[in-house]
Ligand binder design. Structure first.
Ligand SMILES: [Zn+2]
Length: 55
């Protein structure tokens, strides 16, 4: 199973911050030693922009 599929099934295919279903993509929370579901989240484009602004 791909990482993205794991995260999508975990989140129910909703943004994990605001529960939107629009423009979802996987965000890998830094620092990344290796990509895994524990340090990644499914976010919509709005939340992704918020998170990336902060980091
Ligand atoms: Zn969101």
């Amino acid at each position: 199973m791909k990482l993205e599929d794991v995260i999508r099934s975990r989140s129910g295919n909703y943004c994990e911050l605001c529960k939107s279903q629009q423009d979802l993509s996987v965000y890998e929370v830094p620092p990344q030693d290796q990509s895994n579901a524990e340090n990644s989240a499914l976010l919509c484009s709005n939340c992704l922009a918020q998170v990336e602004k902060k980091s």
